[in-house]
Design a protein around this ligand. Sequence first.
Ligand SMILES: *Cc1c(COP(=O)(O)O)cnc(C)c1O
Length: 497
Amino acid sequence: MNIAVEPVEETLDPGNWADIEALSHRMVDDAIAYLRDLRDRPVWQEMPEEVKTFFTTPLPRSPMALGDVYRQVSEKVMPYPMGNIHPRFWSWYMGAGNFAGAMGEFLAAIQGSNLGGGNHAAALMDQQVVDWCKELLGFPSSASGTLTSGGSMANFIGLNVARNVKAGIDVRELGVAAIKKPLRFYASDQMHSCHRKAVEALGLGNQSLRRIATDADFRIDVSALRRAIAEDRAQGLAPACIIATAGTVNTGAIDDLPALADLAEEEGLWFHIDGCIGALIALAPKNAHRVAGLERADSLAFDPHKWLHTPFEAGCVLIRDAEAHRRTFTVTPEFLEGRPRGLASGHWLHDYGLQTSRAFRALKIWMAFKEHGVNKFARLIDQNIAQAKYLSDLIRREPCLELAAPTSINIVCFRYRPGDLDAAALKALNIEIMLRLQEQGIAAISDTTIRGTHALRVAINNHRTRRRDLDLLVAETLRLGAEIRPADQIQRRVARL
Ligand SMILES: *Cc1c(COP(=O)(O)O)cnc(C)c1O
């Protein structure tokens, strides 16, 4: 007699597909209601203690019904978002998401492809989205590019190619220690912090990145840059790369791209543009002229998860010299060797960056492009820039408010200034206004320091914002300012006693 004992073989698939179907439909219904009713909820709210401690509960070793898991997510996660999809979120700089993009994220995970490459539809779509980006930003079809986790990684890849091309030696084989003359990179004193991280990670050191002074409009001072390059050459250093910023974090300033392209050409330097904020203005009919010269970059980093509102994460870098791009990253391990036919006959997309496994980021961009058409995204960029001008005009009209920097695109820096306060008191008052705006769920704005002066900062990168939201921001800032000041004066008097 032969009693066969079936081994227990498990799977992560549901035991009952019908149950899962009903539950997933509920999740989608809830998700739609969540987006639809967004405006009625606070931008942000502090989490109760009970929610904070919920995230210290122990590792689950045994199962729980997915319906119960979902209930925990609905109660403990969904009500406490960062807030960036809300119409009155203008903190820092990020996109507001979109429904087709969210469904794209879902379907990409369901289809489950790994975008390290290979011969399959997702890999073709990944390349198609990069090709569309080249077309949108004026790059030749012979250029290369890759979708990344975000702008920091996109900039890193651009600077990595720049370093390798300008090293003068085989830096991949020999390392930075073998570089004859220390390389120098240049960017304005308004550049994003990711460039510092990049040069550090590239082994060049923070000192290799010279911060060049900016003019009254916070654009890089081109003649100061020219002098710095000459000075460095005279010192025996090797100027290698100019990093232009198209849209600075603090004020949205756009460097003089044509002048920098000319200078890079004259000096034989790599020309990289950090366009995480402003590159996509190239799409926008009313404002595209502001970023003329973008197409002259050797490498260009930008961020679909900002002005294309792609759900996080999605960055992109384009490199004019595709061969230089591949030479920087290609390594073909034996287990990823190409084959003439079959699954391994496609393009290996991991040859364009540091990752081997890559997310299927293209689908969420592709679906939103198809649904809305690119012209809609272009109009939304113009809309945000017009809204920033509208807000700047409101601020100019209020005696208690002042602009802290010229508004270039969609970033407005201002402060509440009732008149007779010193810098420290003014800063404390403005921070208190910002915190109460957040805590009362009215609006999320951030703050920064511009040339030593504190300012509130409103970055309007949001397709849900309406002008009435900006009216409300001004009204509430004035209300809070008036409310805090007398209390603040009383406190100071008490403190002096
Ligand atoms: C946002 C931003 C970055 C970094 O991009 P991430 O997507 O956050 O990694 C770099 N440069 C500028 C100018 C940015 O605004």
